[in-house]
Design a protein around this ligand. Structure first.
Ligand SMILES: Cc1cc2nc3c(=O)[nH]c(=O)nc-3n(C[C@H](O)[C@H](O)[C@H](O)COP(=O)(O)OP(=O)(O)OC[C@H]3O[C@@H](n4cnc5c(N)ncnc54)[C@H](O)[C@@H]3O)c2cc1C
Length: 291
């Protein structure tokens, strides 16, 4: 099939794009096009106007600011993959991005496009959940910030107004000596994951876990932290028994049930991947966080 007819717009600045989005009826933003083009061609989306934000150079950057990684929404996934800064200050993001599609899709696909598309299995959404990323949206009324948890309203539903653009993603970096582990199960490398798990750990001087994060993607309608598992980890040594106990919390997730996998299988994967991601994070702890 071919896309239904639409009018194409090519703004050169954020202000110009917002003015267009505020004025035009039934407009859609085009970023990397790796999800939108398919939706247009299948006629799942039939906008009257497509606002292409690829010419807005101000939306593409990766920098470190006050202990956080700040990423422009139009940053290509491939740039994230090859960023020395990302590798150094947020190594789990470097690991996770390599599971996103294929190098051809990462060449065009953007960080912001993935978060706005909000597929439940998207690795970048899982990373945003894991780090409690802060997202900045800009519209005619100015800019506002939302934590990822409030941005991800439900199945493929971001908290974005029709006239707003996601501009910035801010990820707080963990201490240099933290442990991290990302794992996913996909039928073939490059496919969307059936489920994924990301874990971050730090230990105190006695080797006891004093900070823990666990996020699961692909299981619920949106990628999310498993706070019960995180609480279970605190105050315990990073051992197999601790990780097994914490991973059991994944059994209570509200799992999707569709043609790709029944809910029971997704829950099994969540628990298994969580346990293994935590174990992987513990190994990184012991090796001083080096990848
Ligand atoms: C073969 C293939 C395999 C893939 N495998 C994976 C995978 O394993 N994991 C994965 O996570 N993804 C995968 N993807 C999807 C890919 O990561 C896309 O890049 C991503 O979903 C969308 O990003 P995009 O920049 O292409 O956005 P687009 O397709 O241009 O846009 C997607 C949606 O977001 C909106 N949007 C985009 N940017 C903004 C913005 N800044 N502000 C407001 N709204 C915005 C658009 O209007 C549209 O609704 C795959 C895609 C293909 C084609």
């Amino acid at each position: 099939m071919k896309a239904a007819p639409f009018q194409y717009h090519d703004p050169a600045s954020i202000n110009e794009a917002i003015e267009l989005l505020g004025r035009l009826e039934n407009a859609k933003i085009l970023a990397g096009g790796q999800s939108l083009m398919a939706m247009l061609n299948m006629r799942y989306a039939q906008p009257d106007h497509v606002v292409d934000i690829n010419s807005i150079a101000d939306l593409s950057y990766i920098r470190e600011e006050n202990g956080a990684l700040v990423i422009g929404a139009m940053t290509r996934q491939r740039d994230l993959e090859f960023s020395d800064l990302v590798h150094r200050v947020c190594p789990i993001l470097h690991e996770a991005i390599q599971h996103v599609g294929h190098r051809q899709t990462r060449n065009r696909g953007t960080v912001g496009g993935s978060l706005c598309h909000l597929d439940p299995s998207a690795e970048l959404a899982a990373m945003a959940a894991l780090h409690d990323a802060t997202l900045t949206m800009t519209g005619p009324q100015g800019s506002r910030e939302l934590p990822f948890k409030e941005f991800a309203l439900g199945f493929m539903t971001p908290a974005l107004e029709m006239d707003e653009i996601l501009t910035t993603i801010r990820i707080e970096c963990w201490p240099q000596d933290h442990g991290y582990g990302f794992l996913e199960f996909a039928r073939r490398h490059g496919d969307f994951a059936v489920a994924s798990a990301g874990a971050l750990l730090t230990v105190d001087a006695k080797g006891i876990i004093d900070r823990a994060r666990l996020a699961i993607g692909g299981v619920g309608a949106v990628a999310a932290r498993v706070e019960l598992a995180e609480k279970t980890l605190l105050g315990k040594p990073p051992s197999e028994a601790t990780f097994e106990e914490a991973a059991r919390a994944c059994r209570s997730l509200d799992a999707l049930d569709d043609i790709h996998a029944p809910a029971s299988y997704r829950l099994h994967l969540a628990e298994t991947l969580a346990r293994r991601a935590l174990a992987k994070a513990a190994v990184k702890l012991k090796s001083g966080g080096e990848s």
